[in-house]
Design a protein around this ligand. Sequence first.
Ligand code: PMP
Length: 382
Amino acid sequence: MAMGIYPYFRALSDSEGVTATFEGKDVVMLGSNNYLGLTTDPRVRKASEEALHRFGTSVTGSRFLNGTLELHLELERRLAKFVGKEAALVFSTGYQANLGAISAIAGKGDIIILDKDAHASIVDGVMLSRGEMKRFKHNDLEDLERVLSKSPEEAGKLVIVDGVYSMGGDIAPLPEIAEICKRHGARLMVDDAHGVGVTGQGRGTMAHFGLTDEIDLMMGTFSKSFASIGGFVAGSADIIHFIQHHARSLIFSAALPAPNAAAVLAALDIIETEPDHVARVWKNADYMREHLKELGYNTGNSNTPIIPVIIGEKYKTALTWRALIEAGVYTNPVIPPATPPNGSLLRTSYTATQTQDHLDRALAAFKKVGVDLDLIPTADPA
Ligand code: PMP
């Protein structure tokens, strides 16, 4: 802490999405989930402002009682159509969506099988469900097969994976996972918090693989590409109706405020009519991945706008984080238990609105810090 390398819970004094002010320094932001850069889009801001003026700052109640606005229902219809499912249900955060939906659909006697890297909100949802949790090795189809084969045939089985993994930036092999689930009579849920808005021309990882009908339930969040806060699940009308009446995180918590719902609707309009935003985030990420690798960094198995820069030892990772801040770049350090031992990394993520100048400034900082801290080979002077 005294050395200034403790990186958590530290405040930004200003943030405009692509750049931010951290301890008085102007930094290029490589740590946000604002993939499409829509948090500052004038149309999103305006829609949110108009809803603020019309509905005020809070709905002061649960969706179950006074907290449902027609705006929520319109958003649910739009989301269902956008991802290609019959129905959708909006929660106040993505965390609550996973918590409520999973604990509603799974129960005592059921077996819920998670990828080892599945998000904490999925794990918490399973714990609340009182079902039995089993894990399989990350993206390892043989291990999934093994876990399913060992599960009693008569038990209800639910497999849950992320569409895009939040730290590694790799995509789940959904076609193979869906096939295995089908063969074992297991239901399949996909947390697409980092996929929706990015993969499948913005429609998510189910659409990316053309698998919309094979996946029983998808979850998405508004706190990333959709420039707001909140989350949703989408599936058949029956499943959504059931979750609506059983999800405790929906029923016993206040609904999403109107300005946040309106921001998502505006973001959806933009994603549906202007494919450029999705194309640009991929272009920026591809450029950075290629050049980070060229500098000599290990970017793991990333093939999305989330690019981990794997440093290894956690103290060294904290030092690298600090040196990058000094060089004008903000990244998110991730250490065990969120990574394997000695797999500490700096999570970088990219945004459609970053310019070439932002990206090149970041690369210059990675080059300087990498050489100074002996993380990458020194460039050949010849
Ligand atoms: N699932 C995944 C994979 C996530 O990365 C996150 C947020 N980091 C969530 C769920 C929770 O979403 P929210 O921030 O909307 O609560």
